[in-house]
Write a protein that binds this ligand. Sequence first.
Ligand code: ADP
Length: 360
Amino acid sequence: MSVLELDAISKRYGATRAVENISLSVPSGSRVAIVGASGSGKSTLLRMIAGFEFPDAGRILLDGAVLVDHASEVPAHRRLIGYVPQDGALFPHLSVASNIGFGLQGKAGLKRPRVLELMDMVALDRSMSERWPHELSGGQQQRVALARALAQRPKLMLLDEPFSALDTALRATMRRGVTQLLSDAGITAILVTHDQAEALSFANQLAIMRHGKLIQVGPPEHLYRFPQDEETAHFLGDAIVMPAQLSFGWAMSALGKVAVSNRHLSGAAQILLRPEQVRLDITEQEQSDLPRGQIIDTDYSGGSSNLTVRMNSVGCDMNDANHGMTVSIRCFQNSIPKVGSTVCVKIDGLAHVLSPPPSS
Ligand code: ADP
C-alpha cells in the first residue's frame, strides 16, 4: 500500500519552475531518497509534502486522505509528518528534553517517560536531557531533532539533507543508525540529498530529480545498472560511456563487440559499462578476438588504479569513428601494467543502452 501519493505536483517561484508535474507513489515502510544536483527542486518538493509550501497544481495524499489539492490544504502541524531539516533547527533556549517533548500533549510528569524513551531510540544518553543545544555536538543535535520528529509518531518522516553538516565518519555512522531505526520502527521515510553514496546506501527506492522534473524512479541497484541517460549514469557512480553501433543485441564499440541489454535497438547509440564490468588482461595479447589498447596513463589511488587506455586494435568490425578512442578503466590488480604496455580488454555482463538527451 502507498502511504504517500504525489499527483502531478507543480510549483513556480516567479519564472523559476522549481517543481514540474511530479507524480510519485511512496509505498508503506519504504525509504525513498530524492537525489539531484543543487537547485533541482528537491527541498521544494519535500517542503510541499511537509506543508511549509503549497503547490500551484496537483494533489498530495497521505494514507488516502487529501493533504492538499486545488480546493483544500491541511496545515503542517496536522499532517502527522515528521521533518528533520539540515541544521536540526533546535530551539536554542530549550533543553534537550524540552526540545524533544515540545509537541507532546499532557502534563510534564507524563511527558518525561516518553522523552526518555525517544532518547533511547536515537541512542542519546539520558544524562544529556538537561543540556542546552549549544552543549551538544553536531551529531547529537541531529539525534535530538530526529527524536523531536519521532515524538509525534509520524506516518511519514522527511529528512532534508540531515547529515550534510557532519564530518564524513560521523555522517556514515549516523546514516546507518537512522536507517536502522526507521526500518525497525517501520516508518516510511523520504531523504533528500545531493550525495549519491548516501542515497544508494539509505534508500530502497531512488528518485532522480533534474531541473524540477522527476527523471527516473526505481531500486538503487537497478538505477545504477540501468540509468536512463548519461547524466544519471555519471551521477550514480563511475561510468564508461561510449558511442556504439547497435544491431541484433550487439554493440560495436571502442571496446569491441559487446552484448547489450536491449536486443531490439539498432543504429547509433551511447552505451554504458560500469568499471567493475571491465577487466584488463596482459596475458592474452596474441588472442586476436579480444580488443587491445595501449596504456597511456596510470593514476594510483590505493585499492585501485585508474588506467587510461588508447584502443588501437580490435578483432571485429568496429565503427571507424571509435578507433583510437581512449577509455578510462579501473584496475584492481596488485601490479598494474606500465605506461606503454599493450593490454587486452574483457567485458563482463551486458552493456546498457542510454537514452539520447532530450532535444530541447
Ligand atoms: P534543491 O533542494 O534541489 O537544491 P530547491 O528546491 O531549493 O532545490 O530550489 C529549486 C529552485 O527553486 C531553485 O532554482 C531555487 O533558486 C528556487 N527557489 C527555491 N525556493 C525559493 C523561494 N522561496 N523563492 C524563490 N525561488 C526559490
